[in-house]
Write a protein that binds this ligand. Structure first.
Ligand SMILES: Nc1ncnc2c1ncn2[C@@H]1O[C@H](COP(=O)(O)OP(=O)(O)O)[C@@H](O)[C@H]1O
Ligand SMILES: [Mg+2]
Length: 224
C-alpha cells in the first residue's frame, strides 16, 4: 500500500560473446514513502545494475518495476526521460558536475530542462545551497570545491525538482572517513524531512543510518 517503488521478480542477464552473466536473478523490493533503504554488496555484486534499472536508465531482462504507480519499462525512452527528470534524483560516486558551470548553474540544470524559469531555478538552487551550509559557494566552479562539498552540490542538484525518490550509487565512495560521516548525515537529514532514499554501497556504514538494510548477494536481496 502506498509504495513509491515496487520491484517484482527483476532479473538482469548480460549476454556476452563467450558467456552470459546473470547479475540479478530475482529481486523483489517494496519501498514506502519516507523509507531510507540501504543496499550493501561487494564490488561486482550488481548494485549499479540494480540502481540503473530502478532509475530507468537500463531495462531488466525480465520482471516489473513500478515507480510512483507507473510501470516503467512499458514507456518509450522520451517518456522515461521525463519520468526521470521529474521523479528521480540521482547521486553518483563521481559527482558528474559540469566543470565549466558554477555550483548554482549545475544545481539549476535539471529544473531548466523541466522548463522552470532561469530566475526561479537559480533562486531554488541558492536555497538548496543555503540548506547545505554552502551559501557562499554558489559562484564557484566544481574544481574549487572539496570532495565533500562537490557531493553536497550533487545532492542539491538531485533535489531541485522535488523528486519522489533519491537514488545514490556509492555517494561516499571517494570520500575520506570524516566526509563520509558528514555526507551520510545529509542523507539522514533528508530522511527526517520525509524524503525516500535508496543508497547502494560496499561499505557497512550504511547499517548505522538506513532504516531498511539489505544485502545484495547471488543476485537477490536478503534483509540484513
Ligand atoms: N554492460 C555490461 N555488460 C556486461 N557485463 C556487465 C555490464 N555492466 C555490468 N556488468 C557486470 O555485471 C556485474 C555487476 O556489475 P555492477 O552492477 O557494476 O556491480 P557493482 O555496482 O556492485 O560493483 C559485474 O560482473 C560486471 O562486470
Ligand atoms: Mg557500482
Amino acid at each position: 500500500m502506498n509504495n513509491i517503488l515496487e520491484l517484482m521478480s527483476v532479473a538482469k542477464t548480460y549476454f556476452l560473446q563467450s558467456e552470459t552473466i546473470e547479475v540479478l536473478k530475482n529481486i523483489n523490493l517494496s519501498v514506502k514513502q519516507g523509507d531510507f533503504v540501504g543496499i550493501f554488496g561487494p564490488s561486482g555484486s550488481g548494485k549499479s545494475t540494480l540502481l540503473n534499472i530502478i532509475g530507468s536508465l537500463d531495462a531488466p531482462t525480465s520482471g516489473r518495476v513500478l515507480l510512483d504507480g507507473i510501470e516503467l519499462f512499458t514507456h518509450r525512452d522520451a517518456e522515461l526521460s521525463l519520468i526521470r527528470n521529474s521523479k528521480i534524483g540521482f547521486v553518483f560516486q563521481f559527482h558528474h558536475l559540469l566543470p565549466e558551470f558554477t555550483c548554482v548553474e549545475n544545481i539549476a540544470l535539471p529544473a531548466l530542462v523541466r522548463g522552470t524559469s532561469p530566475g526561479r531555478a537559480h533562486e531554488r538552487a541558492q536555497e538548496l545551497l543555503d540548506r547545505f551550509g554552502m551559501s557562499d559557494k554558489g559562484g564557484r566552479l566544481p574544481e574549487q570545491l572539496s570532495g565533500g562539498e562537490k557531493q553536497r552540490v550533487a545532492i542539491a542538484r538531485a533535489l531541485i525538482n522535488d523528486p519522489r525518490i533519491i537514488l545514490a550509487d556509492e555517494p561516499t565512495g571517494n570520500l575520506d572517513y570524516e566526509n563520509t560521516a558528514k555526507l551520510l548525515e545529509v542523507f539522514v537529514h533528508l530522511k527526517s524531512e520525509g524524503h525516500t532514499i535508496i543508497l547502494v554501497t560496499h561499505s557497512l556504514d550504511i547499517e548505522q543510518v538506513a532504516t531498511n538494510v539489505y544485502n545484495l548477494k547471488d543476485g537477490a536481496l536478503d534483509v540484513m
